[in-house]
Design a protein around this ligand. Structure first.
Ligand code: 13P
Length: 256
């Protein structure tokens, strides 16, 4: 019912040359295969045009890690959604925990960015997830609900197809520690319930919810095979073609 999405978030890694090489290796490993889901790479801005030359959706789609909340003009250092679209970008990651923490981005900025992404006909991947202290205090669901409630009801054009959610427990990002299948399924099912409350059951049934946080070839099948996990947002393991494709293999066999 929901196609899986395996998305590589390269973060601040891979210049144009290395990014092209990695993309070509991934494409090579996937050559001739009919996949059941979607594969996406999200390079840094500077690397996007080079990767765009080779990632033409066959089967690798192209995404960005951020965008401006403004349309255009005097915003030094920012990149607009229109520029990303012109470069061939189809998905934009918003609200990653690293941007929440280091750039102190707010719900209002996430809303403005996602509205612009949707207006341009692109898809948003909206990230959320609790930090370790919040989980230890038993507040994971409360935090997740707050993060979803602060953004989803204010989106003007969101639907099940132009919006992807990504649950990334902050304590699992880059730490080698993953959520257990029980923990992941619990929060994903909870998230789908909140989406149903906020956007309706039909939207919730079709919206993809990805898991992110130390996803590797060895645990991908188990995680992405869970009933409410529809793919992965991959950091470190997306930087090596064999590992990234190993996760895609996991998704292929785990997809229900
Ligand atoms: P890791 O896969 O390196 O834990 O990173 C996850 C992530 O932050 C993807 O956006």
């Amino acid at each position: 019912m929901r196609r899986y999405l395996v998305a590589g978030n390269w973060k601040m890694n891979m210049g144009p040359a290395a990014g092209c090489q990695l993309t070509a290796e991934v494409q090579d490993l996937l050559k001739g295969r009919a996949l059941k889901g979607d594969v996406l790479v999200c390079p840094p801005y500077l690397t996007i045009p080079a990767v765009s030359e080779i990632a033409k959706g066959e089967p690798v789609l192209l995404g960005a890690q951020n965008c401006s909340d403004q349309e255009k003009g005097a915003y030094t250092g920012q990149v607009s959604v229109d520029m990303l679209k012109e470069a061939g970008v189809q998905y934009v990651i918003i609200a990653h925990s690293e941007r929440r923490e280091y750039q102190k981005e707010t719900d209002d900025q996430f809303v403005a960015k996602i509205n612009r992404i949707h207006q341009a006909g692109l898809k948003a991947i909206f990230c959320f997830g609790e930090v370790l202290g919040e989980r230890k205090e038993g507040r994971a669901e409360e935090v997740v609900r707050q993060q979803l409630q602060g953004v989803l009801p204010k989106l003007e054009f969101a639907n099940a197809y132009n919006t992807v959610l990504a649950y990334e427990p902050v304590w699992a990002i880059g730490t080698g520690e993953t959520a257990t299948p029980e923990q992941a399924q619990e929060i994903h099912a909870f998230t789908r319930g909140v989406v149903s409350e906020l956007m309706g059951k039909e939207v919730a049934d079709f919206m993809r919810i990805l898991y992110g946080g130390s996803c590797k070839p060895g645990n991908a099948r188990e995680l992405i095979g869970l009933p409410d996990v529809d793919g992965g947002l991959i950091g470190g393991a997306a930087l090596k073609a064999e590992d990234f494709v190993g996760i895609i293999d996991g998704a292929e066999s785990g997809q229900n």
